[in-house]
Design a protein around this ligand. Sequence first.
Ligand code: TXD
Length: 319
Amino acid sequence: MARAKIALIGAGQIGGTLALLAGLKELGDVVLFDVAEGVPQGKSLDIAEAAPVLGFDAKLVGTNGYEAIEGADVVIVTAGVPRKPGMSRSDLLGINLKVMEQVGAGIAKFAPDAFVICITNPLDAMVWALQKASGLPTHKVVGMAGVLDSARFRYFLADEFNVSVEDVTAFVLGGHGDDMVPLVRYSGVAGIPLPDLVKMGWTTQEKVDAIVERTRKGGGEIVNLLKTGSAFYAPAASAIEMATSYLRDKKRLLPAAAYLAGQYGVDKLYLGVPVIIGAGGVERIVEISLDGAEQAMLDKSIASVQELVAECRKIAPDL
Ligand code: TXD
């Protein structure tokens, strides 16, 4: 069988890491696209030269032209600009909405059958814009944030309990940002829910609360440490997990920003929810029951995503 083709739009910090991971995992051939001349070419050549040492077979191509993504099975989008000092939120939205319009047009023309994973921030609004701009079916366009947020939650819990990260599951709902909803009740170690672990004396409620807070602010913690730029290893690994579930039809249940049409009482909006990702794209949206406090947190998160998308509609009424 021919290798799958993975197109990466944006060859920055996350884009380069995605190319390396896609190669290492032999997910398929990789096309790295960026508007910056030389960067995608340089990074893909560098990674191709690592292949003999690391022992993987994949073709890596760097490009500044959308033709090269023709027929891609998966497209992962990190293109955009970060917020710079002096830039307002709507300045940033305006710029990245234009980027999503360009990228969406490129995907519509050359890779209309792809499974598209958006990573660009502000995530819940950009994935909405990318779906609109590309015109691809909503079940083929998702946003990556929940896998990353729950990976952070899992890491902090594993560290607290001194157990393998593999045995820790964690659940996160809602938009990507400070008001995401880490669900303590659905998180735990090898099937033992967190509230039980508190009762068993493995940890205290205060420590769990602090871990939830650290998870919510996980992106900012890395930005403050790095000073320039934001997290890229864990975000890239998270998107690769989603791409793998699609390409290998694994039907993983993963949190992702998915298009809701009534689920969770939300209509025509992208929001972080548990979904099944398989060969059909988003094959199912999983609606779990929430208690009053959890629902209140989710409502707050929904309101902030709605506000963000309303601002996008004002800036780009044609979308
Ligand atoms: O959980 C999540 N979703 C995130 C999101 C976690 C971490 C970071 N997240 C966001 O991902 C971050 O706020 C950014 O919006 C994206 C990409 O992060 P990265 O760290 O890779 O940013 P870079 O290094 O600035 O790379 C962006 C690249 C850069 O090379 C630009 O030249 C390119 O995007 N770019 C474009 N490529 C194609 N087409 C257009 N129009 C374009 N404009 C800029």
